[in-house]
Design a protein around this ligand. Sequence first.
Ligand SMILES: *[C@@H]1O[C@H](CO)[C@@H](O)[C@H](O)[C@H]1NC(C)=O
Ligand SMILES: *[C@@H]1O[C@H](CO)[C@@H](O)[C@H](O)[C@H]1NC(C)=O
Ligand SMILES: *[C@@H]1O[C@H](CO)[C@@H](O)[C@H](O)[C@H]1NC(C)=O
Ligand SMILES: *[C@@H]1O[C@H](CO)[C@@H](O)[C@H](O)[C@H]1NC(C)=O
Ligand SMILES: *[C@@H]1O[C@H](CO)[C@@H](O)[C@H](O)[C@H]1NC(C)=O
Ligand SMILES: *[C@@H]1O[C@H](CO)[C@@H](O)[C@H](O)[C@H]1NC(C)=O
Ligand SMILES: *[C@@H]1O[C@H](CO)[C@@H](O)[C@H](O)[C@H]1NC(C)=O
Ligand SMILES: *[C@@H]1O[C@H](CO)[C@@H](O)[C@H](O)[C@H]1NC(C)=O
Ligand SMILES: *[C@@H]1O[C@H](CO)[C@@H](O)[C@H](O)[C@H]1NC(C)=O
Ligand SMILES: *[C@@H]1O[C@H](CO)[C@@H](O)[C@H](O)[C@H]1NC(C)=O
Length: 880
Amino acid sequence: MEKMKRTGLHGLCLAVLIVGLAVHEAKAVSVNNDGNITFADLPEGDPYSSPESFDEGSFPLPTTWDFIGNFLSSVSPGEPPYELINTVVGDFSSVDVALLTDNITTYQKNLLGFGVAFVIGVLFILIFPIVALCFCCCRCCCKNCGGKMHMDQKDNSCCRVMVYSILLLVSLVFIFAGAVTALCISGYTGSQAQTLPTRVSDNVQDLVLYLNNTLNEIDFVMTDQLAFTLDQVRDDLNGIGDLVGVPVRESLRTNVGPAIDSVIDMETNIDGTLSSMEAVDTLQATMEINRDTLDTNLTSILTTLSTLCGSCGCCTEATANLRNVQLKADYRDIDIGAGHGSFPQVLVDSSISELTDVSNRNLSEQALEGAQTFEDIPETLRNTTASDVADIIVTIDELEGTLNEFINTTTYTLQSFSGQVEPFDDTANDYLTTYAEDYDKYRAYVMYVFYGFILFIVILFLLGLLIGIFSYDRKASPTDRSSCSNCGGLFLMAGAGFVFIFGAFIMLITALTFIIGGPIDRLVCDPLVSGQLFAQTVDKYDGILEDGYYLGNLVFQDPSVPFQIGGFLDACEQNEAVYTAFLLENLFNITEFTDISSQIPNVDDQFANLTGDFSSVEILTDDTRQTLIDFRDSPADTINWTYFTDELAKVLIYDADGNVDSLSSLITALDTDAAATSSSSDATALNDISADLQTLQDDIVDVLLQDASDIASEIVTLTGYTDVIDTNVNDTIANAETAQDYIDNNVGTVVQASVVDYSARVLGYPEQFVTYATNELETTIGGCRPVYNLWNQAVNTLCIGILRSFNGLWFTLGWCIVFFMPALIFGVKLAKYFRTMDTSDGYSDNDDFEMQGQQHYGNKVAPTTGYAAGEKPNYQNYHR
Ligand SMILES: *[C@@H]1O[C@H](CO)[C@@H](O)[C@H](O)[C@H]1NC(C)=O
Ligand SMILES: *[C@@H]1O[C@H](CO)[C@@H](O)[C@H](O)[C@H]1NC(C)=O
Ligand SMILES: *[C@@H]1O[C@H](CO)[C@@H](O)[C@H](O)[C@H]1NC(C)=O
Ligand SMILES: *[C@@H]1O[C@H](CO)[C@@H](O)[C@H](O)[C@H]1NC(C)=O
Ligand SMILES: *[C@@H]1O[C@H](CO)[C@@H](O)[C@H](O)[C@H]1NC(C)=O
Ligand SMILES: *[C@@H]1O[C@H](CO)[C@@H](O)[C@H](O)[C@H]1NC(C)=O
Ligand SMILES: *[C@@H]1O[C@H](CO)[C@@H](O)[C@H](O)[C@H]1NC(C)=O
Ligand SMILES: *[C@@H]1O[C@H](CO)[C@@H](O)[C@H](O)[C@H]1NC(C)=O
Ligand SMILES: *[C@@H]1O[C@H](CO)[C@@H](O)[C@H](O)[C@H]1NC(C)=O
Ligand SMILES: *[C@@H]1O[C@H](CO)[C@@H](O)[C@H](O)[C@H]1NC(C)=O
């Protein structure tokens, strides 16, 4: 059970494997008997190594890229000045100051926003240090701006601390998020830099691979499949015998075959006639001998008997009549003498000799020679068209040569191009690797230091906030605050101090990077990614040229050709064939190129010349005809058998009593006489004679009679042949001649009709190939997805990998500096609530004056420093 299960499993695996192999096995080119070629599938090609999509980084990077994009769109809402680009591309010499100033309105919408933002930045850079300086002076020298270490106790201070803390915390969170994002971007930039050499190299390799794959595909179609096709053409041309000759011969056979057969059949007649004639001759020879014997012995016996009867007188029964036995039929040669014989020996001899001669010529062999010329029609066609076929093959070879040369030059150029790419790849790779390995780390260090510093400020604020909050005692008077709380305040003040000191510097970097990266992103990368850059310029009909497509004119010298970058990028995204995607039919028109009838114009005439020469086809050779005539003219049919057959019909012997063809009456009479006689010697003599006669009867007379009967029927057979010799021979010859005429008159037409089909079949191969090759070229060969991938990688690497990374710098810095402002304000405000004050008053400015005083004096808080009193008027002034 277990074993069965396992073998079952193995079987299943095997089946899956076989099915898998069958699925994977590429279909090979083949041709069926109708001359339909099934072409093979294109080779798989080497796989590409660069990824189909670009790695934009993980959260929060894509969001950041969108933020940057949206920010730039709102800063610069206008479209790039496509018209200006078109003018410049159209005519480079038209570029001058006037052109730029004239078009100022067209690009102010793009640049105004950048200008304004930059000016704001510059103003910040200029004003912020001044503000910082003023604030500092105000605090340190004048003890104003919250610099005085004096604070009034207020009821709502707890609430304020809470609000300020929350606001500060929120600002810090935003700054922190900005700094962390910046570090993420830095990491992303680092990884981009690390992988860039590989990616560039992969892409270049893919391009080489793409060329190679395309070349292999072209090679496969134009070399393998074309060679197969043209081999098929050559095979069929060399197979003209089978493809044209055999059908021609078979269509003639219905008419010609019977004639040939009847010639061959004549041999049966000849042989039959001869053997009958010989049989007759042989029989007659025997009969002649037997008849002589009979004549001699009968005469001798009868003489003896006559003598005996005369002397003894004992012949009472054997009367003279009975003893008077005579021979009647004479089977001997007619020429033996007048009145003797009946057999036409001379004619029979000469017939036999002539028939033997005719028979020895072996009519069937001669007839088969003729038949063979008919059977050889295919070979004759092949032999007699050999030179014309060779001419056509030369034409086909020339065509193949032309095609191969063309393919070779094309592939050779492309191959040498891929050779040129390698050194570039190496250089680029070296350079990028050097940067990635040796220099990028410094960029990373700078980033760490920079954002580390920002985080450090954030931490100062945060520490100050946390320490301040945790050690905050709402009951404690400002002068009594713990040193912990004071410390928190100091941290906050330190953070604020750093912001004051470095704010302008950070803004400087922000502004500079912004004014470089922003416009490039907005004016170059955005339209590049969206495709509008091409759609509005080089791809646009009458965008640059007055009337037509710029690239069509540039590449194909034909402005009506809609050759567009966007067009082929879209096509390549769909992996369309390079020929279709790049509109290469305008470079070389495959239809014209593969138009077989234009490539080999006289091939039809050449096929029309394939007529063949069938003069050697002679189904009735002269020898055969002569043999037949000799047979007809042999004397066999001229023999008049009447004499002989009449003789055969006669009785052989008879006696005077009228007994015929038998000696029995005489023998009976002699036996009776012998019994009656008294003399024993006489009786013995009579018995001897009787016995001799009996022997004669048995051995000669009966045999002769039998032979006569046999020879008569043999003569019937013979005349059965000879009676129709003339008619048969004349008919056979006539039939053969008719058939020969039929061949001579029709073979040309039949061959012609067959050659029409044949040339359609032979020329059908190149046509099938052209259909196949054109289809492959237009739909499959050089599927250009790698080109799209390359473009996609390049644009994304430049615009996201490099430019957005760079733009991330000003974006995060600007972000941080914006949120540093509230942090600064609330930090300074909070510090006031955390630090230990030198003096403290009652209630704050917002409260009622009376209440303030009451609170102040009710709750201890005596002035501890000398100048507290001097401050009071100030305070009141402030309230006025
Ligand atoms: C051979 O091709 C012709 C046309 O190209 C088509 O009509 C015919 O059906 C095909 N025959 C076979 C057996 O595929
Ligand atoms: C190109 O293809 C051929 C045939 O597949 C292969 O032998 C050759 O190594 C390939 N060349 C490159 C550069 O891939
Ligand atoms: C006649 O030729 C045929 C074929 O070559 C052969 O088989 C046959 O024996 C020949 N007959 C005589 C009588 O030579
Ligand atoms: C055809 O040509 C070949 C070679 O020349 C020769 O052997 C053969 O007998 C020829 N056949 C005919 C039918 O002429
Ligand atoms: C292809 O062309 C190149 C140079 O033109 C030549 O070196 C090479 O032998 C040619 N190859 C074939 C197969 O014709
Ligand atoms: C290519 O040639 C064919 C036939 O000559 C023609 O019909 C077609 O318009 C041509 N295509 C181009 C793009 O020239
Ligand atoms: C056809 O045959 C004739 C006579 O042999 C010759 O003159 C003519 O050039 C041939 N035509 C072609 C197309 O070969
Ligand atoms: C044959 O000979 C007989 C007897 O002489 C004669 O009567 C007869 O006409 C002859 N037949 C032919 C066909 O000559
Ligand atoms: C015919 O006569 C000869 C000589 O007398 C004898 O030898 C022979 O046997 C006889 N033949 C017959 C058939 O009687
Ligand atoms: C047979 O043909 C020969 C020669 O043409 C002619 O003399 C003869 O009369 C013909 N015989 C018959 C029976 O047609």
